[in-house]
Design a protein around this ligand. Structure first.
Ligand code: AMP
Ligand code: GLY
Length: 442
């Protein structure tokens, strides 16, 4: 089959790898924002262009006779790439433009949840003036201040985390009123976050193993928010700080959201849905929805997928997927991004790095390429998350130690990573935190 892929980050390299794991059968055509050296290895042809230019995306795939397209990032989905490609006769993994509003507009999402899903919600207010913000803060206490549109995971300010006083909250509010005219205030939730992603097809969700993303730049959740420094999954597919009830609640919320958005748009949802949840003392709440796979979480789950991915994706796109067919390896996984030393502060830092892929593979890990380009002088970082390492194993703690040992040998001096992703003490502290929170509520 001729398969198209939109996107050129780590998530898309992970997708490309699993799609192309059966030798000499399918061919891959990639439309990305840069030439990713890892994807180039498995692709037949690639093109660089704007993700909003859906006509150009369509022309590239049509002229190559592509039959099935996987859309990685949110920007082309929100721009209507799925609708355009489907109208040109292609099968597509990715929701329609109307459905992508779940991620594109936080107000649309909160409103849909309030009207149709009713579970997993929290107190929120659409704000256009400071007085209304002041009233809301007086009502709920601590808040999260959010732009209503896409933020790349970096534009949210949480009281008690990023600032402490009501005045500081109102300063952020004023800033967003000036820049956007509108913003979203939410009550601040306390708990542990987890990423539950699902394939959606046939009006049904087929969940993937739960992942936890480490969003802060430095160990111990210090520094600024990033797109995600790495993520782990556990062998049982859940998180050690979640109980069975939490996971059932999260899945029920995802399913009801799919049903609601399908009914409201009159279109089947075919693609990925990613619920960013918070387990709190009184149940699971939705922090946000993404209409795509998470990055880095996709790197974990695509490595764990024990199926013929091209066939699986074709079934998703045709709307005929059967939940019972889904099969993942029952192993833990850890993914860590290596990033330029100033990331996320500077997005223009370029350095040449050497990645000894052979040595990494001999140690039992794989390399995923992201924001890097292959130049004559070597592999050049482009400023954002450069390269990820992914490993699978029986025990997440042992895997974490093994990965750190290996990184001591192979990490180039100009880049860095978080050492505490999947670390035993960190995970045990999360379990303890949730125990204490739940104890307080009873
Ligand atoms: P978002 O872009 O909406 O996913 O927010 C980015 C991050 O901000 C989340 O992953 C959380 O860590 C934090 N956050 C967002 N909303 C809330 C909230 N209502 N309460 C507490 N933390 C939040
Ligand atoms: N890892 C967070 C995201 O993909 O949005």
């Amino acid at each position: 089959m001729k398969i198209g892929l939109v996107g050129s980050g780590g998530r898309e390299h992970a997708i490309a790898k699993t799609l192309m794991k059966i030798p000499n059968r399918d061919s891959l055509f990639v439309y990305g924002s840069h030439h990713n050296p890892g994807i180039e290895r498995v692709a037949k042809s690639s093109k660089v262009g704007d993700f909003r230019d859906v006509e150009r995306i369509g022309d590239f795939f049509s002229s190559n006779g592509v039959e099935l397209v996987v859309i990685g990032p949110e920007v082309p989905l929100i721009a209507g790439a799925s609708d355009h490609l489907r109208s040109n006769g292609m099968k597509v993994i990715g929701p329609t433009r109307a459905q992508a509003q779940l991620e594109g507009s936080k107000i649309f999402m909160r409103d849909l949840m309030k009207r149709r899903v009713k579970k997993g919600t929290l107190a929120w207010r659409e704000v256009r003036d400071v007085a209304s913000a002041r009233d809301f803060i007086a009502e709920v206490g601590q808040v999260a201040v959010k732009p209503v549109g896409l933020t790349g995971g970096k534009g949210v300010w949480v009281m008690g985390v990023h600032f402490d006083t009501v005045d500081a909250a109102l300063e952020k509010v004023e800033y967003l009123i000036q820049t956007d005219g509108i913003l979203l205030l939410e009550e601040r939730l306390i708990g542990e976050e987890f990423s539950r992603m699902a394939f959606v097809s046939n009006n049904t969700i087929s969940p993937m193993p739960v992942a936890q993303d480490f969003k802060y730049a430095y160990d111990g959740d210090q520094g600024g928010m990033t797109g995600g420094m790495g993520s782990y999954t556990m062998a049982d597919g859940s998180m050690p700080f979640l109980n069975k009830d939490d996971l059932e609640q999260a899945d029920a919320i995802l399913q009801e959201t799919v049903t609601a958005i399908e009914e409201e748009t009159g279109e089947d949802y075919r693609g990925f849905l990613y619920g960013q949840f918070m387990a709190t003392a009184d149940g699971v709440r939705v922090i946000e929805y993404n209409v795509r796979l998470g990055d880095p979480e996709a790197i974990n789950v695509m490595a764990l997928l024990n199926m013929d991915t091209a066939i699986l994706f074709e079934e998703i796109a045709e709307g005929i997927l059967k939940k019972e067919e889904i099969n993942f390896f029952h192993q833990a996984s850890i993914c860590k991004y290596l990033v330029p030393s100033a990331y996320p502060a500077s997005s223009k830092e370029q350095a040449v790095i050497e990645i000894n892929e052979k040595e990494i593979e001999e140690a039992g890990f794989s390399v995923i390429y992201a924001s890097v380009a292959q130049k004559d002088i070597g592999l050049e970082t482009l400023g954002s998350r450069a390269v990820a390492l992914i490993g699978l194993g029986e025990n997440v703690f042992e895997l974490s130690d093994k990965m750190e040992e290996m990184l001591k040998q192979v990490e180039p001096p100009t880049i860095r990573h978080r050492k505490d992703i999947g670390d035993e003490r960190v995970i045990r502290a999360k379990i303890q935190k949730m125990k204490e929170l739940r104890g307080m509520s009873s």
